[in-house]
Design a protein around this ligand. Sequence first.
Ligand SMILES: Cc1cc2nc3c(=O)[nH]c(=O)nc-3n(C[C@H](O)[C@H](O)[C@H](O)COP(=O)(O)OP(=O)(O)OC[C@H]3O[C@@H](n4cnc5c(N)ncnc54)[C@H](O)[C@@H]3O)c2cc1C
Length: 251
Amino acid sequence: MEGTAVQRRLTWQAATVTAAIQETPSVRTIELAVPDWPGHRAGQHLDVRLTAEDGYTAERSYSIASAPGEPVAITVERLEDGEVSPYLTEELRIGDQLELRGPVGGYFVWEAAVGGPLLLVAGGSGIVPLRAIIRERQRSGSDVAVCLLYSARTLADVIYRPELDSYGDSDGDRIVVSYTLTRAQPPGWTGYAGRVNAALLGEVAWPADKEPLAFVCGPTSFVETVAEGLVGLGYPPGRVKTERFGGTGGP
Ligand SMILES: Cc1cc2nc3c(=O)[nH]c(=O)nc-3n(C[C@H](O)[C@H](O)[C@H](O)COP(=O)(O)OP(=O)(O)OC[C@H]3O[C@@H](n4cnc5c(N)ncnc54)[C@H](O)[C@@H]3O)c2cc1C
């Protein structure tokens, strides 16, 4: 039985696009029907493979945006000079097929038994697996306290904003959502401005003596800055889980 599930994870299979949701001008969520999906855990990713008519293939990893039990979904940000993301965000249509393999990863995962409190720090599309973690918290009925710090370029670039705001509104002070906008802030903006640094982490993050578990995700340089900052605040490195999306740009 287990052997079959492992085989399904490692084998490329055809998935059909069932929905496409425009999250921001450059970001799209793609829901997929995957007939042989073995199930996933919050925080895992999958691999997508595209094959051109001449047989050229390109593979990329995407975090799974949905909680376990929900339809498989990925959320893709278009990189202007990218090879794969412009196709996924602009050309792929409902009913189209693509190949995928997964779920992948057993380290950057959360389930209710893992507990908290949770510190979630996202840069840009790094919010994707953290959103799956919050959805899993809600789905499982966990009351673990969550502090989310999300760095985006502008307010228009914040992915899943209505959903994230609803968590803060509906769950009192058990889920605290903070945004920092790095490029521009709208008039009257009461959130944070500028890149995440040690000072901002010191203000927003749980103190280390609460023994929080941190999940940090985004562009590689963002993740490294945040992880160093948290260790500087006294977080044991083993309590800072990181997922690097590649690239050098920060949100
Ligand atoms: C485990 C994992 C999970 C990921 N999850 C997601 C996700 O949920 N959503 C998502 O949109 N992307 C995610 N990514 C990034 C994704 O795999 C691709 O790298 C991204 O879509 C760019 O692919 P591309 O073919 O369009 O660009 P490429 O043609 O591969 O690259 C174009 C240019 O952009 C730079 N670049 C590549 N990746 C990034 C990046 N992330 N940020 C800034 N610059 C970059 C490259 O250095 C290059 O200069 C994830 C990556 C990993 C490793």
